[in-house]
Ligand binder design. Sequence first.
Ligand code: SF4
Length: 170
Amino acid sequence: METDRIRILEVLEQTMADGPGLRTSIYCAGCKHHCPGCHNPQSWNMDGGHWVTVDDLFEVVRADEFSNVTFSGGDPFYQVEAFTALARRIKEETTKTIWCWTGFTYEQILADPRLSMLLPYLDVLVDGPFIQEQRDTQLLFRGSPNQRIIYLTPKEDDYIPGTVRTLPLR
Ligand code: SF4
């Protein structure tokens, strides 16, 4: 269990592809969901990428005054302790919002105390596995309609009509 470093595939700065507006997107290595038709199967290797410390990732996030933050992969919930440490720091020291993509469902995460440790620090969760038979290229930020854009806080300015709002967890 790592708490101070994360296996990273790539950090994209000022991207507009992973949520609303400009974002610093942190793509981690490792995913065990193995969805058929996954857009990024090279991300599945749990030993892929390279280690980057939470401190160094935070400095990249903080250095960009304008960008919010996205966690993606791979699946960040397979490195949940270190992502929680990073997200807590982002929330304590900046006003940035955090979107996070995962192949787990929101309900699976809520039922697991270990996985759910990250939820209080996220603004938006995009959940669930990709289902190839339901692939829909018209969906915003998702590959199949079972995946949901779930707002965990009322903070997100870019609420997308028709998506899911939950009661804030914090
Ligand atoms: S959860 Fe995402 S990264 Fe993991 S296998 Fe499914 S589509 Fe690929």
